[in-house]
Ligand binder design. Sequence first.
Ligand SMILES: [Zn+2]
Length: 241
Amino acid sequence: MGKPLVAVFSGAGMSTDSGIPDYRGPQGLWRREPDAEKLVTYAYYMADPDVRRRSWLMRAEIGALGARPNAAHLAVAELERGGTPVRVVTQNVDGLHQLAGMPARKVFELHGTARSVVCTSCHARSEMDEALARVAAGEPDPACRACGGILKAATVMFGERLDPQVLGHAMAVAKGCQVFIAVGSTLQVQPAASLAGMAAEAGARLIIVNAEETPYDSLADEVIREPIGTALPALLARIGS
Ligand SMILES: [Zn+2]
């Protein structure tokens, strides 16, 4: 018998053990700033150089956290290495699944990635580290080297649509998997959250690993409330054996 296709859907709770605070929302981390929402809202960002300057400073601060993959990220990558087909669909922008060893082509980042920057004019992509080095060197709002356009993190800001291609892949994974594990997500941000329902409807075994209740708990075959750092490795070891 072939091994089941396992979809791991991860939210902010997946990365709390890596030192990234768990705040709700597409860019939840930012909400600790008084008007933080402006820093990650496309229209404000594009209109106001001061918003951009503050946004880059926040990125630098987050980068300085030096977040590393935790036991849960490592367990997902290990399941994949062990021969079980795994796809990751994530609401996180931290890139920690890939750092843990998941092949990038098997990770679908619904809200983009904070490890890259993109030009809002010519769409050229480059490394976040390089942009932050320019900020540190005295360019408060570094412009695109190719065209002079406004640069932004390659994350989905408020007021921006999810990448339809990434969303399409995520939906295909949800509909095609045999096991759908939602980890560390309150499953309240749409359309991402609806993937859990889509998977259950298509006949997948739905497992929810989250500290708090989610709107999909009643649909789930299994709900696990233990800490993710221990619960997920144990669950995946069971699935992979
Ligand atoms: Zn450009």
